[in-house]
Design a protein around this ligand. Sequence first.
Ligand code: GLC
Length: 556
Amino acid sequence: MERKWWQEEIVYQIYPKSFYDSNHDGIGDLNGIRKKLKYLKDLNVTMLWICPIFKSPMDDNGYDISDYFALAPEFGTMEDLKCLIDEAKEMGIKIILDLVINHTSDEHAWFQQAIANKDSKYRNYYIFKEGKEVPNNWRSIFGGSVWEKVEGEDTYYFHTFGKKQPDLNWENKEVREALYAMVNQWLEFGIAGFRVDAITFIKKDQSYASIEADGVDGLAKCTKTCRNQEGIKDFLLELKERCFDKYDCMSVAEAPGIAYDDLDDFISKDGFFSMIFDFKAADLDVASGSEWFKRLPWKISDLRTKLMEYQMAVQKIGWAANFIENHDQPRSTTKYLLAHERNKEAVKTLASMYLCLRGTPYIYQGQELGMVNFQRSRIEEFNDISSIDQYYRAMQEGCSKEEALHYINLRSRDNSRTPFPWNATRYGGFSEHTPWLSMSEEYPTINVEEQMQDEDSVLSFYKKILHFRQNSKYRECLIYGDIAFLESDEEIIAYERKTKKDCLQCFFNFSDQGKEETLLHASCKVVFQTQDKVEIKDKVLKLKPFQTVILKVEEQ
Ligand code: GLC
């Protein structure tokens, strides 16, 4: 593929509410991010994706925007944002923002006017259906019907996500025009691009007909009728042509459920986006990604297969967005390493395994410390609307209270949203005020200060491997090289990265046992490894438990 600047980025995702609180009100803010730019620079990241910072009642922590042109006062001012962008730029760090255009908050002026006056043009900015009965049996992502009754009227409005997140009517050209103008205004402001939220939901099945129920509530998942629907491509093409194409920007879309056969439209040279997030590997432990109480058994070989299918499909067409955590996912340590979540060596191997894949790596705040999931004991301790819904739905589907709590502890989005642990003091140095969400229990031992002083820590390792990817003589190969997966033991993930000049073979042992791999080439040199000196004898590579080894093939 033709080279693009965003292939060389290392993106760090910031959940602003929980990163660093500079004014001590218990909520992280933009000046907090500014104060920590040096930390991010030292980590070797080159771009920040900041989750929504716009004005919002925060029902879904900013993914419910009430004004696209104003910032949430708790995060700071436009001036603060400008300073952050400028200072980051001086340090060689770009910034992308989160673009939430499937829905707004119900407190957005458009929706307020739509509700206040039936005849207002803003009624057609959203999806309203008249009638005494609920229009159909579709279930929203955060639980219950997608329809909410308008007070005092026999009318319902539509929401894919929460009740306070009414969906915009993309069928209305005026809505689309207003959104494009807004997107362009932000690109003019000096950001490097967008992470595009929930974009595969913008087209609904226009029949709005009920479908076969898939739960005891008599409802059916709206992903079947509202995600990747026929006709969506016209909207996505228009968005790209009217906005992204006009700027040399980067766009990464949250796009679950896209068939690999369809990737061409999304990420080829003329695709709608620079890259997309795929969730098949991220959601390997739960049925269809959205039902946390339906746990799926899996093995490292399944993870390998999912990653391989994604990487190979993308390589034919474009560029991948590689991640193991984000603000909607539990901690990758607990999810992928299970009983070994606190084993530093296992955490390092998980990190290097995905950081050396072909694509742009995304690191979610706290991941670089090897943070683990929390254990909450009561539903009242959760903030995330999705966790609360999943708790009650699990019980509705026959789980006991204890089981329901167990499932949400494993999967809750709050796991990744706890305040960032900067040190071991009260509130982890995140704030001097009680934080908006309580800290996770392990912060006295897993925190930045502790790990900065330890050369062998997970944090020090992230710096090292990112430096290896960005600055070593293998940079070209690790960024642009082709990928091919190698046959290996069931508990090993192994792949090759290759350019005309170099060939690197990468081995990641996910077993708590030593393993042997027979090499295809006699002449290999170790160029990167974790733990002590790895042994290669008679073409046999002897890996220690949870070891990473990267070899350069000397003769191909
Ligand atoms: C995306 C976001 C998630 C949010 C939802 C609704 O999935 O990542 O956090 O709740 O969209 O905007």
